[in-house]
Ligand binder design. Structure first.
Ligand SMILES: [Zn+2]
Length: 90
């Protein structure tokens, strides 16, 4: 860890951590970072909405909180091929 970890919280990192964020598995610091990022990043916010929807779908599909990663991936690729035309709020 160097002293530069507070900046460069970029989109790829945010998206990687969205699931953890949704699952409430992140610590306070990371939650704050991701929330701040979502606040000013439209594309990531869309991704976040998508993930929330996905999580709800997964829960309904298998009736449990923790879906297998495989199932998540399947549903995820399903959703992303549906071509959601969501308007960015810019
Ligand atoms: Zn972003």
């Amino acid at each position: 860890m160097t002293g530069t970890e507070h900046d460069e919280y970029d989109c790829s990192r945010a998206r990687l951590q969205l699931f953890e964020y949704l699952d409430g598995e992140m610590d306070q610091d990371d939650c704050t970072k991701i929330r701040e990022h979502l606040a000013h990043c439209g594309p990531c916010l869309n991704e976040y909405d998508l993930d929330q929807m996905l999580k709800a779908l997964v829960r309904r599909a298998c009736g449990c909180e923790a879906a297998p990663t495989e199932l998540r991936m399947q549903i995820m690729s399903r959703i992303t091929t549906i071509d959601l035309t969501v308007e960015f709020r810019d």
